[in-house]
Design a protein around this ligand. Structure first.
Ligand SMILES: Nc1nc2c(ncn2[C@@H]2O[C@H](COP(=O)(O)OP(=O)(O)OP(=O)(O)O)[C@@H](O)[C@H]2O)c(=O)[nH]1
Ligand SMILES: [Mg+2]
Length: 457
């Protein structure tokens, strides 16, 4: 039965001795509520969506390098309807090129209505960035951007001077709202551009002030990573582009795939919020040879183009593993342990723990996993790490942490498929790793089987 709230208000007024308002407009206009209306469908949080709406991602390429990255992603057909690609540059030619390639939402920067670039002049670039600052804020605010990914090459004028201001604007638009993230991805110049590195470093420091997480791709080691004799300039460009692509793909795979042990955007925020220097990567390998998987993990996480974290502990870690049904729980255990070891966690009993010298650092660990037919015979591992802190010095005793022993369970043997050739997304030099004595996890069994038996990690 519908309820007329205006009638109720009149009754209240009359009973309270207030003047009759009959014939007048009611003081409060309230639409009659229909209490018999069936309850609305609840909003469901599903993969890639925030509550009731899709997640909004803005991938902003700043300066000529940033714009080139956008165009190369387009050429590789990297598209995702959740991602808005935006080019921001002072070089009118590159904006025209973007438009020709179907990028509609660009911001062309100019000091004096000539779109001729900043010519490597940091002061000019900063001035331009300030001039367009409000437009940057609008870009992120009007699109209610949840994840701002700002990519650039440090060392020139525009990227170095403007990218930090774009990041500042993204943070301003996101300020006070939960589950928002700004990630910066920036290259440092190659050795042959050594004279640009000081200015690039200045830009990087400024950029770091505003982004939650910063992924540095340092091109100084490019010749160590490539086949020095045979690599072409195109190979260099492709390699660096692939690094930008891995970051974007790793995040999008994490937030758009829904799995049983799901990892959502809030978990990505918990891993990367105010996390400083960070690593985001994906490794793919054969699912059956654990040593191959470990080798690929070591290559990817010790990638010479990324930050050197050999003397650092990652206090925030997110590991998301995808596999074919029947994947071994023992392999899962070994993969997670290997990653924790590579980020300098301490082995206590059978498991690795994040033990820090200074208390008070925010620690976070999220392990997710899910299966799918597309992972036949292989495993894919997405790793995000941040909040790096120095490893405790060897002479200081570490806190005593009670060891947790791995339960012993007898599980039926799982028949695993033949190994596939390894396909790693990242290939770099392998660093030597000191192995602790092997743990004694349960016999080979699948995650599904363990879950059925009520086992939880
Ligand atoms: N990998 C890669 N690096 C690039 C590319 N273009 C530029 N870079 C790197 O990015 C740095 C900055 O160069 P640009 O992006 O051309 O400079 P800009 O930000 O446009 O600055 P101005 O042209 O001075 O306004 C260079 O020193 C290179 O190290 C590219 O297409 N691929
Ligand atoms: Mg330029």
């Amino acid at each position: 039965m519908p309820v007329d709230l205006n009638k109720i208000m009149q009754t209240i007024r009359r009973d309270a001795g207030l003047a009759e308002t009959s014939g007048q407009e009611p003081l409060i206009k309230i639409e009659a509520l229909d209490l018999e209306r069936p309850p609305q469908e609840p909003l469901i949080e599903s993969a890639g969506e925030t509550y009731g709406r899709p997640i909004s991602v803005c991938f902003a390429g700043v300066g000529t390098c940033g714009v080139n990255v956008l165009m190369s992603l387009k050429a590789q057909n990297v598209k995702n309807e959740l991602v808005e690609f935006v080019g921001i540059n002072s070089d009118g030619g590159s904006i025209k090129e973007l438009e020709k390639n179907g990028f509609k939402n660009n911001i062309a920067l100019s000091m004096d209505s000539h779109y001729l670039g900043a010519g490597g002049d940091l002061a000019v670039a900063k001035e331009m960035g300030e001039k367009y600052y409000d437009q940057f804020v609008k870009l992120f605010r009007n699109n209610n951007v949840d994840l701002a990914l700002i990519v650039t090459g440090m060392g020139g004028g525009t990227g170095t001077g403007v990218a930090p201001l774009v990041a500042k604007a993204a943070k301003e638009a996101q300020s006070g709202k939960p589950n928002k993230l700004t990630i910066g991805v920036a290259t440092m110049p190659e050795g042959i551009e050594a004279d640009r590195r000081d200015m690039a470093m200045q830009g990087m420091e400024e950029f770091k002030k505003y982004v939650d997480a910063l992924i540095v791709i340092d091109q100084i080691n490019i010749l160590d990573v490539l086949d020095e004799q045979n690599a072409s300039i195109d190979d260099v460009n492709d390699l660096i582009d692939s690094r930008f692509q891995i970051v974007l793909q790793s995040i999008m795979d994490t937030v758009t795939k829904y799995t049983k042990r799901n990892i959502d955007f809030a978990d990505v925020c918990s891993t990367l919020k105010a996390s400083g220097d960070s690593i985001i990567t994906t490794v793919e390998a054969s699912a059956t040879n654990v040593d191959d998987i470990k080798r690929e993990l070591s290559k990817a996480l010790n990638d010479k183009l990324l930050i050197d974290h050999s003397k650092k502990i990652a206090s925030r870690l997110m590991i998301y593993q995808f596999y074919e049904q029947g994947y071994s729980e023992r392999t899962h255990y070994e993969v997670v342990s290997e990653i924790q070891k590579l980020f300098n966690w301490t082995k206590v009993g059978d498991y690795y723990r994040c033990i820090l010298e200074e208390p008070g650092t925010v620690k976070f660990l999220k392990i997710g996993s899910g299966s799918g037919g597309e992972y036949k015979g292989k495993t894919k591992v997405i790793v995000m790490a941040g909040g790096f802190v120095d490893k405790p010095s060897a002479d200081k005793p570490t806190m005593a942490i009670p060891a947790v022993a791995m339960p012993t369970m007898t599980m039926p043997k799982v028949i695993t498929p033949e190994p596939l050739p390894i396909k790693a997304t990242v290939a770099t030099k392998v660093l030597p790793v000191t192995e602790p004595p092997p743990p004694t996890p349960p016999q080979s069994s699948s995650i599904e089987e363990l879950l059925k038996k009520g086992f939880s990690l």
